[in-house]
Design a protein around this ligand. Structure first.
Ligand SMILES: C[S@@+](CC[C@H](N)C(=O)[O-])C[C@H]1O[C@@H](n2cnc3c(N)ncnc32)[C@H](O)[C@@H]1O
Length: 296
């Protein structure tokens, strides 16, 4: 280990030790730094060292904290080595309960891969996702790109219910949770219907970045989506217009054409992001995907 890495690990261990022995709130622990260290190195000793500095510390063995505190700490620690994975509850049917949002679509995987390759687009920023569905893209961004806040949104009540479950399943807390880990992004699940949401509602989210995956599946959806993008553009009176990334599977040229025509009609410029080849997730080889970067 390089000397500066050594010093970083020592500080991290010290931080865990002090907070644990002082029985500080679990959200004040440097969980995100721990996750980053576990991601960057294959150092499996780190978790063992943390145990030695906390629950197995001689002071703690002699004067243990409450069982509840120790148990909550250990369950938080156990979640950490899985920082590089996303766990989802999904439907098995492509369409169920009248929505396509209960399963993960390929563009969501493609956009998640792009985000993991381009974390700077999201780091320390507020991200609003439109039509989040099962939530894979957002969960990958929350875990890998360190956004300041992440707003999952959708219009369908079943989808929103499943989304909330998937957020919790991945060890993230929802906004109202006062025990939330301060190192994690502020996560919200919002009901947002493109057909009825107003400029005022959209402004309240104060998004720096807006993303959407696989939301161009029919002409009505395209028109609604462009409508909401126009309202997002109107938010810029009081703040900078957000950056927008829309990912989709090119199923037929007419749909893409309709999208770019509607963008042109709304005065929204766009350019295609270069294709990425790094495949982290399994999806059909023959599918053609695209991500458009829109300027509102
Ligand atoms: C094909 S799914 C894509 C879900 C997810 N982004 C993915 O790629 O896996 C389309 C999503 O858009 C949502 N949606 C469709 N029309 C909407 C509208 N008018 N307002 C908000 N969400 C909408 C659906 O509920 C659904 O979750």
């Amino acid at each position: 280990m390089a000397p500066e890495e050594d010093a970083g690990t020592e500080l991290l261990l010290q931080s865990f030790e002090r907070r644990f022995l002082a029985a500080r709130a679990l959200r004040s622990f440097p969980w995100q730094s721990l996750e980053a260290k576990l991601r960057d190195s294959s150092d499996s000793e780190l978790l063992r060292d943390i145990l030695q500095k906390t629950v197995k510390h001689p002071v703690c063995v002699k004067h243990p904290p409450s069982v509840k505190y120790a148990r909550c700490f250990l369950s938080e620690l156990i979640k950490k080595p899985s920082g590089g994975s996303v766990t989802l509850s999904e439907s098995t049917a492509i369409i169920s309960h009248g929505t396509t949002g209960l399963v993960t679509w390929d563009a969501a995987l493609y956009l998640a891969e792009w985000a993991i390759e381009n974390p700077a687009a999201f780091t320390d920023r507020t991200v609003l996702e439109l039509g989040s569905g099962a939530g894979l893209t957002g969960l990958a961004i929350c875990k890998m790109c360190r956004p300041r806040a992440y707003i999952f949104s959708d219009c369908h009540s079943r989808v929103l219910e499943q989304l909330r479950g998937n957020v919790l399943l991945n060890g993230l807390s929802l906004e109202a949770d006062i025990t939330a880990n301060l190192d994690s992004p502020r996560v919200t699940v919002a009901q947002l219907d493109w057909n009825v949401t107003t400029v005022r509602q959209l402004s309240a989210f104060q998004p720096d970045v807006v993303i959407a995956a696989d939301v161009l599946y029919c002409p009505e959806a395209i028109v609604s989506l462009v409508g909401v993008l126009q309202r997002l553009a109107a938010c810029r009176e009081h703040q900078r217009a957000p950056e927008v990334y829309v990912a989709f599977t090119i199923r037929n040229p007419e749909t893409c054409q309709l999208f770019t025509t509607e963008l042109g009609r709304a005065g929204i410029r766009w350019e295609a992001e270069p294709r990425h080849d790094q495949k982290l997730f399994p999806y059909e080889e023959h599918l053609e995907m695209a991500i458009l970067n829109l300027t509102l």
